[in-house]
Write a protein that binds this ligand. Sequence first.
Ligand SMILES: NC(=O)c1ccc[n+]([C@@H]2O[C@H](COP(=O)([O-])OP(=O)(O)OC[C@H]3O[C@@H](n4cnc5c(N)ncnc54)[C@H](O)[C@@H]3O)[C@@H](O)[C@H]2O)c1
Length: 445
Amino acid sequence: MGAVTSTFIAGVELFKKGLGLPIGSLTQMQTMRLGKRYENRNPLIRDFVPLAELKDLVFGGWDLFSDSMWEASLKAGVLERWQIEPVRSALEAIKPMRAVSDSAYVRNLKGNHIKKGKNKWELAQQVMEDIREFKKKSGADRLVMLWCGSTEVLPERSEVHESLAAFEQGLKNDDPDIPPSMIYAYAAIKSGVPYGNGAPNLSADIPALVELSEVTGAPICGKDFKTGQTLMKTTLAPMLRARMLALRGWYSTNILGNRDGEVLDDPGSFRTKEKSKVSVLDSILDSKLYPELYGKYYHKVRIDYYPPRGDAKEGWDNIDIAGWLGMPMQIKINFLCRDSILAAPIVLDLVLFLDLAKRAGLKGIQEWLSFYFKSPQCREDLKPEHDLFIQHLKLKNTLRLLMGEEVLDHSGLDYYDPEKGLVPSAPPPRPAKKTKKQRAPSSVA
Ligand SMILES: NC(=O)c1ccc[n+]([C@@H]2O[C@H](COP(=O)([O-])OP(=O)(O)OC[C@H]3O[C@@H](n4cnc5c(N)ncnc54)[C@H](O)[C@@H]3O)[C@@H](O)[C@H]2O)c1
């Protein structure tokens, strides 16, 4: 019931009334090309794939504070009171269920709306009961759960995470390596409910819960919504790599003053976030393939809690790059973004796509939703794909595949020579090697 959730829900309730535009949402605003360019088939994604309609969405949630969604929205301060006034009664009606909470994992919040249970197993059963009760009361046919709770301290990966049997035993033994977000994730997946993770918490990104998701058929995805600075990074870094420009250093700093900022002021929670933010560049630039360009760059990420700014975050990036003959150049970015305004459309798309995935029979990790995440969850033996443009292509091609449309490779050769099409003919011949004597004298081009 924090800033992201309340901004998302207030938005959907406003759209239901025909107020405002869902800017930033692919499912609501983006079109996609089908077939050849001259066919001019560009339907809206929501017309092309069978998604749930906004008017049918209903919401519930958990929090360690008992504020209704209306109060939570006002406290979050993302949207102005006058903006959400038209949906006041809908927001007031959403009251949080009691949270599973553990102060060892989120140290800077002291809530009092908390579940009690003999052990973590019992708490998981209570969350499953909440899920059943919500479904019954709301009349929803299908459910999706998204973690939009605070960033937890990262637990050590241990035995208890490695298999479903060990995890369930761990719940019964109150294992300290099971944080609250894993308990919610377990409860959702066990109930067959798709689960997405908007924070950098490990949550469902452990073998035990991947195993469970394959058994129950619940699609899962995560981690950490890709919004402000990382969105910029994963847009710019692919450009540097595509143009073979070298990177010497990337210094990023942020100030933010919302509750998320307060939680991230704790070094434990910050380390979880830092890990998620730092891994992005290494993965896109690949220093092993390009040691001269990306072997030695310096990357620093800072987040400072600065209350006067509230949710209106400011990020600065100083990027030192080098070009032809190693000549240095700089790029500066000053992004005055609104975190929850960028996150809300992501939440909407994930809800609709996870629901679609479940109906399409896709189970386990949904790598095609990497587009929305800073640390995309993927099979453990694979490198995650961070490049925003590849992620975008992956998402759209997955939708084409699901709907039985041709997957686009964008080579475009067949427009000019239908014979060549997608089937490679013989590769072009290599230039003949010349002996020293045959070589032309060197010249200046
Ligand atoms: N805003 C963004 O752009 C953005 C981007 C990426 C990731 N995230 C992540 O999304 C999450 C939500 O962000 P936010 O800005 O809404 O934060 P927020 O602090 O406003 O909201 C988080 C809410 O979670 C509640 N909470 C904490 N632990 C809980 C638990 N165990 N059970 C139930 N509720 C619990 C808190 O009380 C709070 O109301 C954070 O983890 C943040 O790091 C946000």
